[in-house]
Write a protein that binds this ligand. Sequence first.
Ligand SMILES: [Zn+2]
Length: 386
Amino acid sequence: MILKQPQLQAYNGIHIAGIEGKRFDIEIQNGRFTSVAEAGSKHVETEEPQQKLWISPGIIDLHTHLAWTDFDHADQLNRDSREVEVMQAEAFAATLRTGVTTARDAGGILPSTIRHLVKYYQQPLRVQTSSEMLGAADAKGVKHLEQRLNEIYATGAGWIKIMATGGLGAPTEKVTEPNFSEEEFAFIVRHAHANHKKVLVHTWGGVTIDWSIRAGVESIEHGMFLTWDQAGRLAESGVAFVPTTSIYRIAADPKGVLALNPVICERAARAADAHATAIGYAKRAGIRLGFGTDYATPSLHGYNLQEFDTLFDYGLSRAEAWKSATQDAAEILGSGHELGRIAEGYIADAVIYAADPYQAQNAGQLRKSIISVVTGAQESDLLQIN
Ligand SMILES: [Zn+2]
């Protein structure tokens, strides 16, 4: 159940995920938490016969592709526009049902599409956008890049996405080669920041991680070939790391939902192995981690919680993984003052569970325990996309 912008909603004697042995009385008014107070013992008694409930902040997925309907972009071009629109609306709805209340789209969706989905489908998912990505085809010097950047700003995007290296399409030995010169890369970041845009960088590793640290981007994405030395510098710089771990494990499975060819599966398997090491480095070095899925097809939208399972397998504690999906993700978005926490004054984006989410065996069990998803956003906020 989706509870949109509740005018008045109270939860008495509810547990906050991650806080052991305490219950809280929580009140929401006009989509904001107006009171979060520890419940007195009388509440515990009166609440005992009722169902025990848990609340967590709404989950923030920092790397989605909500506009894409097919793994291969050519397949989307064969669909008619009405079909694509309905599929996009369903991607929003599925993402929200699984507890994701905010997403950063890492390329493909335009603010105008989101406005349409808010207006005609009443979608309350909060989305930050990067519109079109800058990739290898744009490595034509700073003049061309300036023109491309201005085109992206004109769409209203709040982020600039740089495809700094290849991905699953590139052979493993070439995947960390840069798509741009360092001059071009630094120009993009400088120009974006001067125009009040944030920058996220797709990089599997290599020198573009160093460039990202030097240029001071907001986040690097994937980063599985991160070295220990880079991990230390990344932590020091404050640049966030959004590893998107689960997608590579899914892509590595030839019988998985993506059912990719053996060459791609092999590349994905190597990426997944490397990720386990990179997450270990990130944890030890103290890098700010952000939760992101890179989910981009109908078979994946709505299964975003699977990212938790991979993060746990690669060594994050429950508290660390949840922080990456709530408080730290909100900080990365620049919304740490009003999103990502169950606290007075914060936007009431939250998930209500019938069981302790920190104790869930896996993403499937966690998903089934969701009773409702609360979104505090007003329609006017959702139309003000950045
Ligand atoms: Zn992506």
